[in-house]
Design a binder for this molecule. Structure first.
Ligand code: 0O2
Length: 213
């Protein structure tokens, strides 16, 4: 079966560009208002044709069904500083459900950590793009994760590439330890931030009392 990849991928490229702009705008809005942004940075990509073919082979997805069944041809990644920020970003996306996107499925790999040690929150959406050929509905995957989760996933992904999806057991075990360390880092940073916020609140209260005296 010969596919016209160029025309298949055009709407996905457009969707990735549009979604990146939308989430970056949210971050910029918070910054302009001098408010803390739950979004630290945003990236996006259209899956390589070779990866699409590999995944369709592995999952037994017929090539004429990839647009309906492959959820991550268009992928957006939203990085947050802290774990709590992930909930805020998920809520921001849920608030848009039925507006400029439609949520199809949520996968919580933060509660249900993957066997590899992978943690992230995934939301599969339906998204509509206006192309020169008319409106096109596509599926896209939004991955939301902390900076620590992203660091781990990036290293693990490149090791998988290096070892052709066959990471030696000793390295796999060390990656699991590293995933645990990343989890502890996230936990520690959240607690430190809570301490700082509490301290600031206390400082505000005592300075009011001093001012009243
Ligand atoms: P790429 O290069 O990012 O496109 P599954 O059968 O559960 O493994 P499924 O059903 O396709 O995968 O969906 P899932 O679990 O939501 O995973 C989709 C994407 O999540 C992957 O895309 C990765 O980007 C990321 N991901 C999932 N599991 C892992 C993991 O163990 N390690 C890392 N580093 N990333 C993971 P692709 O197609 O694998 O890769």
């Amino acid at each position: 079966m010969i596919l016209d990849w160029k025309s298949i991928l055009i709407p996905y490229e457009q969707a990735v560009e549009e979604l990146k702009v939308k989430f970056k705008s949210i971050r910029n809005e918070y910054r302009k208002m001098n408010e803390y942004s739950p979004i630290e940075f945003v990236t996006g990509r259209v899956k390589e044709i070779s990866s699409i073919l590999e995944k369709s082979r592995k999952r037994n997805i017929p090539l004429d069904k990839i647009e309906e069944e492959m959820e991550d041809i268009a992928g957006i990644r939203i990085m947050c500083q802290l774990v709590d920020d992930i909930d805020r970003v998920v809520q921001l996306i849920r608030d848009r459900d039925g507006k400029d996107l439609k949520i199809v499925l949520e996968k919580d790999y933060i509660t249900d950590i993957k066997e590899s040690g992978y943690r992230s929150y995934h939301i599969i959406i339906k998204y509509w793009v206006q192309t020169a050929m008319g409106e096109k509905e596509i599926l896209a995957e939004i991955q939301i994760r902390t900076l620590a989760m992203n660091f781990w996933a990036t290293i693990e992904h490149s090791l998988n590439y290096k070892f052709k999806q066959n990471i030696p057991n000793d390295i796999k075990a060390r990656l699991k330890n590293a995933a645990e360390a990343a989890f502890l880092l996230d936990k520690e940073m959240s607690e430190i931030r809570d301490e700082i916020t509490d301290a600031q609140e206390m400082f505000k209260r005592t300075s009011y009392i001093v001012a009243e005296i």
